[in-house]
Design a protein around this ligand. Structure first.
Ligand SMILES: [Zn+2]
Length: 394
């Protein structure tokens, strides 16, 4: 691959970023070469870079531009991984530009936001008139586990000698601020039976039959009772999306597993979900003697609550409005890195060029006008003097 270390336009930078295959693969470090590339480009442009290790994954890459040693820091985040390329109708890693759109995996979600942030920073630093310190964090593993953002929020952030006033999380929002995101609790439930030869089922106990009772109980007594709702993100939701059980056609199954996805609205606490389901399972245990059912450890990501970063997002929205952007605050039913940051008390807001409808698509693309709009918007936020952010600091 011909690596362009001197991109002359943001579009060239984006094209180069897309050429690195960073399809998220659990347990792998696919983002590493892209991280190294961004690290080199940023250093070429005179920025400091920091490689921040993430357990079991490629590292996050933090790019910093410090203009005042005791000044305020505004931070940006963009994830380097993408979703899979299966079924894509365009070349995923060789961008093409047609009708003002740039096509390729990650152009929209979310290398476009990362390219625009870095380009805006380059312009901001060249002008040399601003007084805000700026950091851009390129994160790993957003699409599946969110380990990059969690590592920053829970460990890496504490190792810095500064604290951001807030984080602008890059995702395609058509440059309209998203202030609320749903979260999720995901977990498995297992039933355990007794495996015997199917010539005499009476000696065994089918984990599949027991699981049918569990599924029925959850769909009858739990899912319809979910009431939580948020004005920005709609209603909470829950569904059972995977079932696995049995090993052989002539053996009574001794294990059956389901996977549940419970979407949280902002303000709901994910830790409170399993205890409610446990009560329903307990009733079942009383009704069916010998029923063995247990819930596994859940993955919990609470939503982004607009209340937590209220002052920061009010400031961002005021600035965007002054530059002619639609600053009506919106909500999203999906989660982002912002969920992890806000869980540790960091204010954040989701903002970036491109339309979420084009993310994850078989012919993913980003409108070049949007890319320009992204650069302009991020640049506006960078140039805003620290005094304007006074009320952001809680
Ligand atoms: Zn994304």
């Amino acid at each position: 691959m011909n690596v362009n270390m001197e991109p002359e336009t943001c579009e060239q930078l984006l094209s180069q970023m897309v050429s690195f295959n960073t399809v998220n693969t659990p347990g792998a470090s696919t983002e590493q070469p892209l991280g190294q590339y961004l690290d080199s480009v940023a250093r070429n442009w005179g920025f400091k870079t920091h490689i921040l290790p993430v357990a079991g994954r490629a590292p996050n890459v933090l790019i910093t531009h410090e203009v005042k040693s005791d000044g305020k820091w505004l931070m940006f985040d963009s994830h380097m991984d993408t979703v899979d390329v299966a079924g894509m109708t365009v070349d995923p890693f060789n961008t093409k530009t047609e009708d003002g759109k740039i096509f390729g995996r990650g152009t929209c979600d979310t290398k476009g936001t990362g390219a625009a942030m870095l380009w805006a920073l380059r312009e901001y630093a060249k002008e040399n008139t601003g007084s805000m310190n700026i950091a851009i964090l390129f994160t790993v593993d957003e699409e599946i586990g969110g380990h990059g953002a969690k590592a920053f929020a829970n460990e890496q952030c504490q190792t810095l000698d500064w604290e951001p006033i807030g984080i602008i999380v890059g995702e395609p929002t058509m440059m309209t601020p998203i202030v609320a995101c749903n979260g999720a609790v995901r977990w498995q439930i297992h039933t355990r039976g007794i495996a015997v030869h199917s010539s005499d089922p009476s000696r065994g106990r089918s984990a599949i039959s027991d699981m049918m009772r569990v599924v029925d109980a959850i769909e009858t007594h739990y899912i319809p009772t979910i009431q939580a709702e948020h004005p920005f993100t709609g209603k909470a939701a829950c569904s059972i999306n995977i079932i696995r059980g049995g090993m052989q056609t002539n053996v009574i199954p001794d294990l059956c597993t389901i996977d549940i996805d419970r979407r949280l609205v902002p303000g709901e606490d994910g830790k409170k979900i399993l205890p409610v389901v446990e009560k329903i399972l307990d009733n079942l245990r009383h009704q069916h003697e010998g029923l063995q059912v247990e819930q596994a450890k859940p993955f919990i990501m609470n939503g982004l609550d607009p209340e937590s970063g209220k002052n920061f997002s009010a400031n961002v929205r005021q600035i965007l409005e002054r530059y002619g952007y639609d600053s009506t605050p919106l909500g999203a039913r999906y989660g982002t890195n912002g969920n992890a940051y806000s869980a540790t008390g960091i204010s954040c807001l989701i903002l970036g060029p491109g339309n979420i409808a084009q993310a994850h698509m078989k012919d993913e693309w980003l409108n070049l006008e949007q890319l320009e709009s992204g650069i302009r918007g991020y640049h506006a936020l960078m140039t805003e003097p620290p005094e304007s952010w006074e009320s952001s600091v809680n």
